[in-house]
Design a protein around this ligand. Sequence first.
Ligand SMILES: C[S@@+](CC[C@H](N)C(=O)[O-])C[C@H]1O[C@@H](n2cnc3c(N)ncnc32)[C@H](O)[C@@H]1O
Length: 218
Amino acid sequence: MAKRLIPFDKIANEHPCFLDPEERPDWRGLFQNSNPLKLEIGFGNGNFLIDMAIREPQSNFIGMDFYHKGIRKIVTRMDRLHIKNIRVAYGNASEKIPILFEEGEVSEVFINFPDPWPKKRHHKRRLIKPQFVETLAGKLAPQGKVHIATDFESYAQEILEVMQANTQFCNPHEDMGFLHERNDIPKTKYEKAFLDAGKKIYYFEFSKEQDYALAPTA
Ligand SMILES: C[S@@+](CC[C@H](N)C(=O)[O-])C[C@H]1O[C@@H](n2cnc3c(N)ncnc32)[C@H](O)[C@@H]1O
């Protein structure tokens, strides 16, 4: 039997886990604890975020997306599973991340299969661009990590260039720049589909340089 999803309007108007933020929320107050904040940008149907939240009850997860059906799916499932450590932040990550977090507040970021915008004239719409990466670096905690995955070779190349050009990040996989396997965290819907189709996947894991966190301010 098809599962009934909560209507988007009902979620937006009433659900305590949904935020359409115009300013930084009081994350500690919302989660009622000061556990580490972990962010997934573009959670799609939300399966990865739910799996992570179940695996790590001592972390707080924030999912950011603007895909209504995905939001309906994740919130319906969160209710069914009584998950308390996820908040869904609605909107465009490029616009919202600057206002959602204080500097150094986020301990981990996951960007799984960001839209590749395959046509050359659309490449400028890709999410992972220098300004966005600079914003992410600022929001990350000392030694915080950014995990990125894509199946799209030219986007993988661009991600590597943009991330390596930002001196706040270091790449523990410097030889190739990426890995072709990631077995320590759950698989996303797109990831499973690409793996089933035998596609090559590029996984990145960048860390915020500790020196940046420790550098004294002038
Ligand atoms: C290709 S899907 C991948 C979904 C999921 N991460 C997965 O791996 O199964 C990309 C997702 O990113 C979302 N998205 C794209 N651009 C975004 C942006 N600027 N801010 C927030 N979400 C975005 C889309 O709505 C979509 O849900």
